[in-house]
Design a binder for this molecule. Structure first.
Ligand SMILES: [Fe+2]
Ligand SMILES: [Fe+2]
Length: 348
């Protein structure tokens, strides 16, 4: 696989990564307006748009983001100098990824009538399946765990079963949007930690880069889905967002042995915790969704935070509008035609 991926550019700071995830989308994948026919039912518009989002996602993944667990991680460069803390955190993340059979089967059953979401979910399952393989592979390649120890650990997880945390497809897309951004941040911060402490190795570094890249792409698909719902049913979607924020928890933690200790060490290491969730996840997500001042408050933000965020969103929108206005003025008059996005994508 070519090494010319976005992940090989100069490393971004955590703030820059989050801003990039939230505001720009990934790898030449700009935000686009909902283009489904306005004469169709709301449900039909949502489905058309999800399908278009999926085709774009798939096209981008096939062209720029595919990676191989076998060939694209330098396994021979795994070292044994990581601390037991880092090893334990990687084992914890591996455990969360290991509930994939539940995530895929239960979410698929919930959204299978949506072609765009169902196809995405199938692709998502493939991509996620590589994450636990990569993490487990590093634990073994680095000599920090034996194959027998990993088998025992995986057996200890078998008795538990993850259940859907929310009941409706819209609530679940709100949940997965938040969860994917949080998961990506977990991997970014872990990678930074091992880099800063000098415990890392090229093998772990590369594996974590692939994983955070995937999580970022997943987040972007879901955020586009939430934006679609917001465009077509803002009140209902904001009510769901609030419900999800009020009840949000990362997946499977309650099912993993010793999670109390594991969660505490992840938080103490500055990788992820409740404060980080509020500042680096909930707030940027709401900012990115560009909902109104009133809706920010409805979504559950404290009034002063909602006002500050709304001011920021409005200022950004004004700047964007001012930048766009001269360009619009200089455009020649041409016949307008609805872009045939689906057809274009299908011929790629
Ligand atoms: Fe993952
Ligand atoms: Fe993911």
């Amino acid at each position: 696989m070519s090494e010319a991926t976005p992940h090989d550019s100069a490393p971004l700071s955590e703030e820059q990564q989050i801003a990039a995830y939230c505001e720009k989308g990934r790898t030449h994948w700009p935000d686009e307006p909902v283009v489904a026919l306005k004469t169709a039912s709301v449900q039909s518009q949502i489905e058309d748009t999800f399908y278009e989002h999926y085709l774009r996602y798939f096209q981008n993944a096939e062209a720029k983001r595919r990676w191989s667990v076998v060939d694209d991680i330098p396994w021979a460069e795994a070292r044994g100098n990581a601390s037991e803390l880092v090893v334990s955190i990687i084992e914890s993340f591996c455990a969360v990824e290991s509930f994939l059979p539940d995530y895929t089967s239960k979410i698929m059953a919930l959204i299978r009538r949506s072609r765009g979401r169902a196809l995405f979910q199938a692709n998502w399952g493939y991509e996620e399946s590589k994450h636990s393989l990569a993490l487990e592979g590093w634990l073994i390649a680095s000599g920090k765990r034996t194959e027998d120890e990993m088998e025992d650990f995986e057996r200890s997880l078998l008795g538990a079963e993850w259940k859907l945390p929310f009941e409706t497809p819209r609530q679940m897309i709100c949940y997965t949007m938040v969860q994917e951004l949080a998961t990506g941040l977990n991997y970014i911060n872990l990678r930074r930690l091992v880099h800063e402490t000098g415990e890392g190795d090229p093998c772990l570094d590369k594996a974590l880069r692939w994983l955070s890249s995937d999580e970022s792409a997943h987040y972007n698909f879901f955020r586009k889905g939430v934006k679609t719902y917001l465009a077509l049913d803002p009140e209902g979607t904001v009510a769901d967002l609030k419900y999800v924020f009020d009840h949000f928890a990362m997946p499977a933690h309650a099912l993993i042995p010793e999670w109390e200790r594991r969660g505490a060490e992840i938080e103490a290491s500055g990788i992820y915790g409740p404060k980080m969730y509020l500042a680096k996840i909930r707030k940027p997500v709401l900012e990115d969704l560009q909902i109104s001042r009133t809706m920010l408050k409805t979504a559950g933000l404290p009034s002063h935070e909602a006002d500050a965020l709304a001011d920021k969103i409005e200022t950004k929108a004004e700047i964007a509008e001012q930048a766009l206005y001269p360009r619009l003025r200089s455009l020649p008059t041409i016949p307008t035609q609805r872009p045939s996005t689906t057809k274009t994508l299908l011929t790629v």
